[in-house]
Ligand binder design. Sequence first.
Ligand SMILES: [Zn+2]
Length: 433
Amino acid sequence: MKLLFANADILSYENDWRLIKKGYLGIENDRIIYVGQNKPDDAYDQVRDLSGHALIPGLYNMHTHTPMSLLRGLGSGLPLDRWLFEQMLPVERKMTPQHMSVGNRISMMEMLASGVVGFSDMYHHPSNYVADVIASGMRANLGHPVMAMLSDDPASLAGRIRESIDFFDQYNERADGRLLTDFAIHAEYTSTAETVRTYAELCKERQSRLQIHLSETIKEHEECKQRHGKTPARYFYDLDVFSNPTCAAHCVAVEPEDMDLLKEKDVTVVHNPSSNMKLGSGYMPIHEMMKRGIRVTLGTDGDASNNNQNLFEEMHLAAIIHCGYMHDPTLLPVGDLFKMATIDGAVSQGRGDCGKLAVGMKADIVAIDLDAPHLMPNHDLLSLLVYSAQASDVAMTMVDGKILYEHKEFLTIDKDRVRYDLRKTLDDLFAEE
Ligand SMILES: [Zn+2]
């Protein structure tokens, strides 16, 4: 199947962003085969006129906990540790596989509607919703996290580790490679050194990737120093975690030496500005990281701490909060920000053939409807995308050459079914006992 998009403003990338006004983009099956100003000579099965639209690469949400949409809005106004232990965990303990599937589908719909083509997820027992992820047509790196409290009995811990290994072996590179399975360590404060080391070794044996939470709050960071006499970054470094390709979420409280370690080991940092601002965690030192050449990507975090899965909002917030905080409007060029949300996300997920609109790349394409007052006039598309665009401007989201979302309709997720399943889920989880 060959499909040609015509008359669209195409945001291509060759060493830098390049805008092709009223251009053509051709795809064959799951790949981009043409990007250019002139109409290609070869024949296409279908031509779609996209006048008034921009075609951009799909976005990557590099840190989320998809089932947590069920907890959206709970515990607002609480500090992170009370939010987690008093509001999240008691409900999460009651969640069944069916409940997690509902929460996951809600999050995926939010992401598709905001132009996200790939996400990195960390949640208990992802096998409970992996079938939904495959059916959605999205790209995902699903992490099976280990949380090992000192009080855990060894048998149940061994069972959880076994479950991670089985999950990896069963699902990695499934669905034409759209699904990748990562190992995940929830955080320093929810694990033991022995488990962290075991997990890092397992990950290395399987040449997989790791997802972790790192120095999300000053409290967590300082308590680690009291416990271990070192920062969380140094703790994970010494346990050989960073010998694996690692995505570290938050990194708000990291110190200069920590950033040197992250750079040395090529760790990807995931910036979650909404979550950090909402939970009062603080400002990630993004400028210090960029100065060191650390790869920074963007994430929403779970719906319970954001409270949505809208990566346009994360781009916008990342763009403005640091400039304000540092009194420097030159801190974050829009091209760099958009690269964090696209190319750098794809690369950190281990997807070198995704993240940009160029010949030979996967056909992961988002169409933006430019016919909105807040997008007029269009002097600078990158600036519009970062500072002005809304998720609702997304007209189409395509992954692997398949349209998954268009005209506000989800083509791979049954929204009515989700609504129906949600009603039952809420009765189960929140009805008065
Ligand atoms: Zn998180």
